[in-house]
Design a protein around this ligand. Structure first.
Ligand code: AMP
Length: 541
């Protein structure tokens, strides 16, 4: 027997239609690449997006065609998303921090037909234009006055949509139609495309609106520092219009002073970014003796939250930290570290310890850990294994079948992370499977070592990698980037770890580098580090 309820396909155009109807005057506030601030209401965004749809249709774009963007967070970028997705085209966000050759490879693999980009990236696009096999139309986020000279025959975005009709039929297709495409900046091999559907994006939006997830409402002002090109700005480009929250878009300026200025002037209540951004903000706050009176919540993910960032927000600025874990393949939010009921009255040190963990899955996400043979492991908060995930917004494979079958017989996706789960479902990541340091057959958590090391005031960043050892197979080497103007010694760094990790986890050596290499999504590039230190001889070897 079937239920007798309405058929209401879960397509993302409904999100902006809702914002236009219910919260038309709520705003997107953008710092333009030129530096000035622009303000756009959801009603205006709705009109702009319809005009984008009509512009795309004029170029023959329709169901399933890929429209690429290389863009900072902005209202124009939002209009490109909704304009493309509304007519069933696939919006493909490309990460501009990738190597130009990789950008061209991705655009060709995706068979992008249109490329819309910020003028910051004009030199990159001009450099690769002869290698772009399928892009026929170039659009630059600019108006007639701010349009740069270019050799692409590009049109300014504002002129491209100006005067076009705001009438366009949206969403006339099944909810499992492809909607968004994002390549994971995998550290090995070519990047792989994750192809989101309308249904998965709408469900992810609903999942993340839960109180124990991001839990925002119409009265919130949300600043996504996390870029729309990195795992969909953690869904905020959808969940903000869905709730009617104001959005504050930082454009290209993500330094501490610029972010602080927006947090303060726009009275931002919720913000989200990777740890490196927060280090810059906290430095700025401390140097200038500033406070954060409006901010309630900061979502931190992408890599593990270092304790010093957690403590600074919670203890010095009274801002609630929500540690989040996810990946491009999980749309991206998979777990969030809001405090579970049994921890609410725990002593402060216990609550902070809980918040350093990656958190619990919201409704819609299931997790388990397994051993190398795929056998389930217990949720005892100690046993570590491969983290597997299943749910309404989790990838079932990659674009064009790259990588083959990625699901286990029960439909779980292997995240490549190594973690443990406790009896309440709290997940703690101890490593990436490929970054694990295996010493005498036992695993050492590089993340734990790194997080404690960066707690030292003289340390800016730290990475632990496994180095060949004749007796133990591998032993940890700690690579340290000193804080500006500081000269920490090996002894000082090792003393920081003393007593906080098992003795046998202590790195066999510490080396200092001027800069630890970061990948395109701000994570430590361990592949590059392992390459750099591949011939390193440990003093213990
Ligand atoms: P990406 O698809 O580029 O967002 O990368 C996803 C990967 O980032 C995950 O599989 C984790 O290895 C890592 N990651 C994301 N969030 C966290 C976190 N809170 N703690 C530790 N690692 C994380």
């Amino acid at each position: 027997m079937l239920g007798i309820m309405q058929d209401w396909p879960l397509t993302v155009n409904k999100v902006l239609e809702h914002a236009n109807r219910i919260n038309p005057t709520r705003e997107i506030i953008t710092r333009r690449v030129e530096g000035n601030i622009s303000r756009t209401t959801y009603a205006e965004l709705f009109t702009m997006s319809k005009q984008v749809s009509n512009a795309l249709k004029d170029h023959g774009i329709g169901l399933g065609d890929r429209v690429a963007t290389l863009g900072w967070n902005s209202e124009r970028h939002m209009a490109s998303w909704y304009g493309a997705m509304g007519i069933g085209a696939v919006l493909h966000t490309i990460n501009p921090r990738l190597h130009p050759e990789q950008i061209a490879w991705i655009a060709n693999h995706a068979e992008d037909k249109v490329l819309i980009f910020d003028k910051t990236f004009l030199p990159v696009v001009e450099a690769i234009k002869d290698h772009l096999e399928t892009v026929k139309t170039f659009v630059i986020y600019a108006d007639a006055d701010t349009m740069p000279e270019n050799s692409l025959g590009a049109v300014p975005f504002d002129i491209w949509i100006d005067g076009r009709s705001d009438e366009c039929r949206w969403g006339d297709f099944p909810e499992d139609t492809a909607c968004g495409l994002c390549y994971t900046s995998g550290t090995t091999g070519n990047p792989k495309g994750v192809l989101y559907s309308h249904r998965s994006n709408v469900l992810h939006t609903m999942i993340t609106m839960q109180k124990d997830a991001i839990g925002m409402g119409a009265n919130d002002v949300v600043l996504p520092v996390v870029p729309m090109f990195h795992a969909n700005a953690w869904g905020l480009a959808l969940s903000c219009p869905a709730t009617g929250a104001n959005m504050v878009m930082p454009g290209a300026q993500m330094d501490g002073a610029s972010i602080y200025e927006l947090l303060d002037t726009e009275k931002v209540t919720i913000t989200a970014a990777v740890p490196t951004v927060w280090l810059m903000l906290l430095n700025h706050l401390q140097e200038n003796n500033l406070k954060l009176p409006h901010l309630n919540k900061v979502i931190i993910g992408g890599s593990a939250v270092p304790e010093k960032i957690l403590r600074a927000f919670e203890e010095d600025y009274e801002v609630d930290v929500v540690h989040a874990w996810g990946m491009t393949e999980t749309s991206p939010l998979g777990t969030l570290g809001t405090l579970p009921p049994h921890m609410l009255d725990a002593p402060i040190e216990k609550r902070l310890e809980q918040k350093l963990k990656q958190g619990r899955p919201p409704f819609g996400v299931e997790l388990k850990i397994v051993d190398d043979e795929g056998n389930d492991l217990p949720n005892d908060g100690e046993t570590t294994g491969r983290l597997m995930v299943r749910g309404a917004a989790i990838a079932a494979g990659y674009f064009k079948g790259v990588g083959g079958n990625v699901l286990d017989p029960n439909g779980f996706f292997d995240t490549g992370d190594v973690a443990h789960l406790d009896e309440y479902g709290t997940m703690t990541i101890t490593d990436r499977a490929k970054d694990v340091i295996k010493s005498g057959g036992e695993w050492i958590s590089s993340i734990d070592i790194e997080n404690i090391a960066v707690g030292h005031p003289k340390v800016a960043n730290a990475a632990a990698i496994g180095i060949y050892h004749p007796k133990w197979d591998e032993r940890p080497l700690l690579v340290v980037q000193p804080a500006q103007g500081e000269n920490p010694t090996k002894e000082e760094v090792l003393a920081q770890l003393d007593g906080k990790i098992a003795k046998w986890w202590t790195p066999d050596d510490v080396v200092f580098v001027s800069e630890i290499p970061l990948g395109a999504t701000g994570k430590i590039n361990k592949l590059a580090l392992r390459e750099q230190f591949k011939d390193y001889k440990l003093p213990t070897a």
